[in-house]
Ligand binder design. Structure first.
Ligand code: MF3
Ligand code: CO
Ligand code: CO
Length: 260
């Protein structure tokens, strides 16, 4: 079943919780420096979400996940667990994935950060991942078939000689963190459902510089590329509106996106 969120009060609550997770990514930016551990990043985000925003970090205890955010460095595709041994170093790339719960509703967003000055290849990989998300967002409106999202992302990524991870996908979101429908980031022969006003879901393409294949680490969470190639991911929570969509987790630096 696909839940629609159409009443004003609930949409307002989704806007608030969306803004909070976007704010977390803005707040953490200056801390992403060589020498900081992913555990310290987690602590800072945890305190900001709970104390400043009076909200709850939705990853914490989610199916037993032990930390408040996911931190995925270099060849980690997603679900990296913050810990005191992973210390950021110059030229690393890191995805910080933040999911927040407040007043009955969830939001979920992530972006890449560069540690020090990135090398050209990592920068380009991240750019392609980000643009693939933006291209998909620009398509969203009532009547669009779900298949178009995955097709657009995969074609763009592969045109740039990178690959799309297929084992993990976006998801409906609202009164729970993960709901139907799954949002695939690649093409299939199923045209998929038609989008309706009031649907809320994430789009979160994971883009690898080498093989698209992933492997799950022994900790039961961390997902890495099979060939140790770099991986980049960007994620937004979007609401389907009358004639397009509203990016509920939009950051200040992305305000152009809502105007396009
Ligand atoms: N934020 C992740 C997502 O994009 C969910 C992480 S679940 C966790 O769906 F338990 F790993 F935190
Ligand atoms: Co998500
Ligand atoms: Co997420």
């Amino acid at each position: 079943m696909i839940n629609l969120i159409t009443n004003k009060e609930d949409i307002q609550k989704m806007r608030i919780v969306g803004k909070i997770s976007a704010r977390v990514l803005e707040f953490i930016h200056p801390y992403i420096q060589p020498g900081i551990s992913t555990e310290e990043i987690d602590n800072i985000c945890h305190d900001y979400i709970t104390k400043n925003m009076r909200a709850f970090p939705a990853c914490l205890n989610y199916h037993g996940f032990p930390k408040s955010i996911c931190t995925s460095i270099n060849d980690v595709i997603c679900h990296g667990i913050p810990n005191k041994y992973d210390i950021l170093k110059d030229k690393d790339i890191i995805n910080v994935d933040v999911a927040v719960f407040k007043d009955g509703f969830y939001s979920d967003t992530s972006k890449m950060f560069f540690v020090g000055k990135p090398n050209k290849n990592s920068e380009f990989l991240c750019k392609v991942a980000q643009l693939s998300l933006y291209l998909a967002i620009k398509l969203i409106k009532p009547g669009l078939r779900l298949r178009s999202i995955g097709k657009t992302i995969q074609e763009f990524v592969e045109k740039n000689h990178f690959s799309v991870v297929k084992e993990y996908c976006g998801h409906g979101i609202g009164r729970s963190l993960h709901e139907d429908p799954p949002i695939l980031h690649y093409d299939t022969d199923d045209k998929g459902i038609k989008l309706k006003k009031g649907m809320i879901f994430t789009i979160e393409p994971m883009v690898n510089s080498g093989s698209s294949k992933s492997k799950l680490m022994k900790d039961g969470w961390t997902v890495k590329t099979i060939d140790e190639s770099l991986s980049a991911q960007y994620e937004h929570t979007v609401l389907v509106t009358e004639d397009g969509c509203e990016v509920l987790t939009l950051r200040e630096e992305e305000s152009f996106l809502q105007e396009l």
